[in-house]
Design a protein around this ligand. Structure first.
Ligand SMILES: [Zn+2]
Length: 247
C-alpha cells in the first residue's frame, strides 16, 4: 500500500510543481505541457516522469544541456515521503485525507514562495474551501477551535506584520489564518514558534556560510511549512517533553 501511495504522491508532487510555478504567473495549470525553462522545448512523456527522468538525464535538459533546478525532483520526493508518512501516522482515516491536503498546500506554497517570494491568494482560497468541508466532516475538539485558531493566528500575524513594517508578508498572514483553521489554536501557535526557531537558525547559518545576505529577504513559506508539519505530527511528544522539562 505504501508503495502505491508513494508512486501516486510522486505524480501529485510533480503536478504541485506545475501549480506552484504557474499560478503566480497567472498561467493555466493544464495547458500547455511543461517545457524546458531555458530553451522552451516541450517535454516528452518520458521526461514528465517524476524524479526518475531527472536522474536519467543527470539533471540536464537533453536539448540545451542547461541544468534543471534540483528543487523540482526534491519537492516531488518530499511530497511522496510526506504522503506515506501521513498514512503511516493515521492509517485509513479521514484525518489522513486532511493531512494530505495540508501537505499539498504546504508543498505548493513553498515552491511559489521559493521561486517568486509569493503565496498566491488563489491557492489559499482553493485550499480554504477544501479545509472548510474537511473540518466539518472531521472537526477539531471542540469544533470551534478551528475558528478561534484561525482568528488568533490572523490577529497575531497581522500585529507582527504591522509592527515589523512588512517583515512579514500579507501572504504569510493569510496562510496562518488557514493553518489556524486546520490545526487549532494550540498547534498553530506551536507551528509559528517552530517556524521562527528554524528560520532563525537556518538564516543565521546561511548568513555565516554566505548563502544568504542580510539585504536579500529569505522566503518564510518553507519555514511555515516545516513548522506546521512538525506541529501537526509531533505536537504530542513536543508538549510532553516540554511538561517534563518544566517539572
Ligand atoms: Zn532546454
Amino acid at each position: 500500500m505504501k508503495i502505491i501511495i508513494f508512486l501516486y504522491a510522486l505524480l501529485f508532487g510533480s503536478f504541485y510543481n506545475v501549480v506552484g510555478l504557474r499560478v503566480p504567473e497567472k498561467k493555466s495549470i493544464v495547458k500547455p505541457r511543461s517545457s524546458c525553462p531555458s530553451c522552451g522545448r516541450t517535454l516528452t512523456i518520458i521526461e514528465l516522469i517524476p524524479v526518475f527522468s531527472y536522474l536519467f538525464q543527470l539533471g540536464k535538459c537533453k536539448n540545451c544541456k542547461k541544468s534543471i533546478a534540483p528543487l523540482y525532483p526534491i519537492m516531488e520526493l518530499l511530497t511522496a515521503c510526506l504522503f506515506v508518512f501521513a498514512y503511516a501516522y493515521s492509517g485509513w482515516s479521514f484525518e489522513t485525507v486532511i493531512a494530505w491536503t495540508l501537505i499539498s498546500l504546504l508543498v505548493i506554497i513553498s515552491i511559489s514562495d521559493i521561486v517568486y517570494m509569493l503565496i498566491p491568494n488563489k491557492i489559499l482560497l482553493f485550499f480554504t474551501a477544501f479545509f472548510l468541508i474537511e473540518r466539518i466532516i472531521q472537526p477539531l475538539n471542540p469544533w470551534w477551535d478551528s475558528l478561534v485558531g484561525s482568528l488568533v493566528a490572523f490577529i497575531l500575524l497581522m500585529a507582527i506584520a504591522v509592527i515589523s513594517k512588512g517583515g512579514m508578508g500579507g501572504g504569510d498572514v493569510k496562510l496562518y489564518a488557514v493553518l489556524g483553521f486546520v490545526l487549532g489554536t494550540k498547534l498553530v501557535l506551536l507551528s509559528f514558534f517552530i517556524a521562527n526557531l528554524i528560520g532563525a537558525i537556518i538564516g543565521l547559518l546561511g548568513i555565516a556560510v554566505g548563502i544568504f545576505t542580510r539585504k536579500k529577504p529569505i522566503p518564510f513559506g518553507p519555514f511555515i511549512a516545516i513548522g506546521a508539519l512538525i506541529a501537526y505530527f509531533f505536537h504530542e511528544s513536543i508538549f510532553s517533553w516540554y511538561l517534563s522539562f518544566l517539572r
